[in-house]
Write a protein that binds this ligand. Sequence first.
Ligand code: ADP
Ligand code: MG
Length: 254
Amino acid sequence: MNEGRFSGEASNVGTVGVRTQTAPSRFGDGEPIVEAIDLNRDYPIGDSVVHAVRAINLSVGRGELVAVRGRSGSGKTTLLNLLGGLDRPTSGRVIVDGHEVSAMDESELVAIRRRVVAFVFQAFGLVPFLTATENVEVPLRLVHAEPRERDRRVADLLEVVGLGDRARHRPHELSGGEQQRVALARALANRPSLLLADEPTGQLDSDTGHVIMQLLRSIVRSEGITAVVATHDPAMLDVADRILELRDGAIVGG
Ligand code: ADP
Ligand code: MG
């Protein structure tokens, strides 16, 4: 499944928005993009064990935006890291767009993180000495995208996130909200199937956070991707299709 994602390097680099023709088959068809099956992650601490994620079963369909809420320490970050292959489960399985992430070796995980899964973090994580354009280019360079396609994709993405006029700014020349827009554009560069965002509005004021959430909502629709967003932000909860509540590592609602 999805062989093309790992070959034909630049084949999945194209113009933003051209998905409209294929969109109907990509939305609401119930096809799961991310599945967690009996997922557990324990952290041994001295003689005891923290059950950071326990017995989670989850299926999120294409085009769905799921918010994961729960107070600090409830397991949100651990769950997102497991879904994206940044961490390995103690037991259970994770399947993303048909790939069994939980069974992969490190080189396969690298490929998945370049092509299939993308992360957005609270602290933006931009490279400080690169411009907005260059930051968005990074993932495209990693997959050796053809330069003209790459330039077009970057320009389109900066337009999508409303930063066409900030392309040559470096992160310190951008507001927090603008930096998070660049991070979103970068995350989308290689057309991931799954976007994982860990408290993406945590460092933003509430108005800016709201704008970022609306942007995320519209991107999930226009790009036909699936998003799982950890947040306590009420603005996020408004735009989510579904809300999962975590308590002590387990899902208690949603
Ligand atoms: P949240 O993102 O909801 O704040 P986390 O997933 O970061 O929660 O943490 C869940 C639990 O796992 C917490 O009790 C935390 O202390 C523990 N934990 C997280 N990462 C580690 C780690 N690397 N080693 C030990 N315990 C950890
Ligand atoms: Mg966290």
